[in-house]
Write a protein that binds this ligand. Structure first.
Ligand code: MN
Length: 258
């Protein structure tokens, strides 16, 4: 698999058996050599993980289409770290994570294993993107996969600045019903989490964080607005979380040791 094509690492957080991973791998294989290294089980909403207190295993597996892949006991971000640190011998030019079953909009990016896998690549200055489809149902991932591969191709040509990743969300529509592509900013999610308290067989309470799916504020120009209106959303995200607007204000506080 050493051609002069670029080399893409495909990973996800829904696990190595997820259909969205297979669709993404197939589409990326049209434009690049692809290595798949993904978690052995579902890590959705696992956030950005670095496993430090137990060893990580990597196993060779065969995907549903008969192709070879690697699976790990680690989290999505561990999978990317493992690959970049040498478990995958060939240098990786681009990391694509997904296609997630379920959108990752607004503050979802902080929970998302799909997005944090791409963040892990950005930390190592490897260009990356996360791709999510806005449905929790059985889905046709092909239109989203086709778009992801075309964006990957263009990004490989143009490059991305260090520390930047792309967060892509695709509406769950037939390809010809998708209205186009919007470059967006992160919108505001509205979480409707509810505390569910239950009692175990020994009389001790336990909890689930449950509740309905989050909604969001459909401000024009945001990822939430774009997907709700039938557009593919592409949000550039940087890892610099500094609130630059507040630097001067905070400096005026004249902070010092009491
Ligand atoms: Mn997921």
């Amino acid at each position: 698999m050493n051609s002069n094509k670029p080399h893409i690492l495909v990973t996800n957080d829904d696990g190595i058996r997820a259909p969205g991973l297979l669709a993404l791998k197939d589409a990326c294989a049209e434009i690049a050599d692809v290595t798949v290294l993904a978690p052995s089980h579902n890590w959705s909403a696992s956030g950005h993980v670095k496993t430090m207190h137990k060893p990580l295993r990597v196993d060779r597996v065969t995907l549903a289409d008969g192709t070879e892949a690697l699976s790990t006991t680690g989290a999505p971000s561990d999978a990317v770290a493992l690959a970049l640190l040498g478990v995958v011998e060939r240098d990786i030019d681009f990391v694509v994570s997904g296609i997630n079953r379920g959108a990752n909009l607004g503050h979802d990016v902080t929970y998302s294993g799909t997005v944090t896998a791409a963040m892990e690549a950005a930390i190592s200055n490897v260009p990356a993107m996360a791709v999510s489809l806005n449905t929790r149902e059985q889905a046709d991932f092909e239109p989203a996969a086709r778009f992801a591969a075309s964006l990957a191709e263009q990004t490989l040509e143009r490059g991305l600045p260090d520390g930047i990743l792309l967060n892509v969300n695709v509406p769950h529509l037939p390809a010809d019903a998708i209205k186009g592509v919007c470059v967006t900013r992160m919108g505001l999610r509205i979480y409707r989490d509810e505390l569910l308290k239950r009692v175990d067989p020994r009389g001790k309470p336990y909890y689930w964080i449950g509740g309905p799916e989050p909604t969001g504020i459909e401000d024009e120009g945001t990822d939430i607005w774009a997907v709700a209106n039938g557009y593919i959303s592409v949000t550039p995200i940087h890892l610099d979380l500094t609130a630059h607007d507040l630097l001067e204000t905070l400096a005026d506080w004249k902070l010092g040791m009491p």
